[in-house]
Design a protein around this ligand. Structure first.
Ligand code: CLF
Ligand code: SF4
Length: 296
């Protein structure tokens, strides 16, 4: 059975452009169906896309589940290498459970073979894991920036949980607890779990090694340390506070330290919530859907 499990995992990894470097031959498509979020990150600007997985600064046009399925059909014809359909924003997929689940179902109806992928901050994961599994999701990303609430309270000004807006250390601890419960349960259920960490100099950079060690103990599959994008033009809180992103050396150093316990993804493109195509070769979805319109 162990061999079968390993074979299944290898098949899941092979065609996913984010979980495998060899996956670059294949394309992914994001469905921007999830506008709301249940937490606030200081690196987010809600007017733009979730920087959990997405680069702030460009607004995606929201789609309904039916529109998302139609877009997928069109993309599949145009980019047959599309092997993965992910939901990564522009808010948090699990803060929009109806739209997220309806979209996953609509996609599976069009193509039962396509890999379904979700990226979340993890707050609602323990409650929604069973629904995701039932919908056929096998690839999951949780953005975990720290496992220490003293650090977390500098990153998350509030967390909305059980009809309450939590602040300070309590907010951070609640989020971290839920992330780790969700991480453990998802791995136990056989999902392939990636963890994204936004590297924020002076905030969580000294903590990356300990974080990666813990992720290794849990059995996360791969770790993606991504640089903070703090351009004040994007209006993020960190940008307004004068927080800078890491230098290339700082990023390389953090990845090397984390790499002692977790295999590292280094080819992340910090995609938009509506990105389509191979990594680094996004196609123009507006032009594809509206070939006659002038999109310049
Ligand atoms: Fe999308 Fe994320 Fe799935 Fe990939 S992106 S939901 S795991 S299909 Fe990939 Fe883009 Fe980096 Fe994300 S390159 S931002 S890691
Ligand atoms: Fe923004 Fe994403 Fe953080 Fe929610 S989880 S506040 S959408 S960056």
């Amino acid at each position: 059975p162990k061999d079968t499990k390993t074979q299944e995992q290898a098949a899941l990894v092979e065609k996913h452009p984010c979980f495998s470097k060899e996956g670059h031959r294949y394309a992914r498509m994001h469905l921007p169906v999830a506008p709301a979020c249940n937490i606030q990150c200081n690196y987010c600007n809600r007017k733009f896309d979730c920087s959990n997985e997405t680069r702030p600064g460009v607004v995606s046009k929201l789609l309904s589940p039916a529109m998302a399925a139609r877009r997928f059909q069109k993309v599949k014809q145009h980019v047959p290498e599309t092997q993965v359909v992910g939901i990564a924003g522009p808010g948090d997929p699990l803060a929009n459970p109806k739209a997220t689940l309806a979209s996953l179902k609509a996609i599976a109806k069009v193509d039962s073979e396509v890999h379904l992928c979700i990226s979340t901050n993890g707050l609602a994961l323990p409650d929604q894991l069973d629904d995701l599994i039932a919908a056929g999701v096998k690839h999951l990303t949780i953005t975990i920036n720290c496992i220490d609430a003293d650090i977390g309270q500098k990153i998350y000004p509030w967390v909305y949980f059980n009809q309450q807006r939590l602040r300070g250390r309590k907010a951070a601890q609640t989020l971290i607890d839920r992330q780790l419960i969700g991480l453990e349960a998802a791995i136990k259920a056989g999902m392939l779990v990636k963890v994204n960490t936004v590297l924020i100099p002076g905030i969580n950079d000294h903590h990356i090694e300990a974080l990666a060690e813990e992720l290794g103990r849990y059995g996360a599959f791969i770790h993606n340390v991504m640089p903070l994008i703090s351009d004040p033009a994007h209006g993020t809180y960190f940008g307004l506070m004068g927080q800078r992103g890491p230098t290339k050396e700082e990023l390389d150093n953090a990845r090397a330290l984390a790499g002692q316990s977790m295999s590292q993804m280094t080819h992340c493109q910090q995609c938009r919530a509506d990105a389509v195509g191979k990594l680094g070769q996004d196609i123009d979805i507006a032009a594809l859907e509206n070939p006659t319109a002038n999109t310049s």
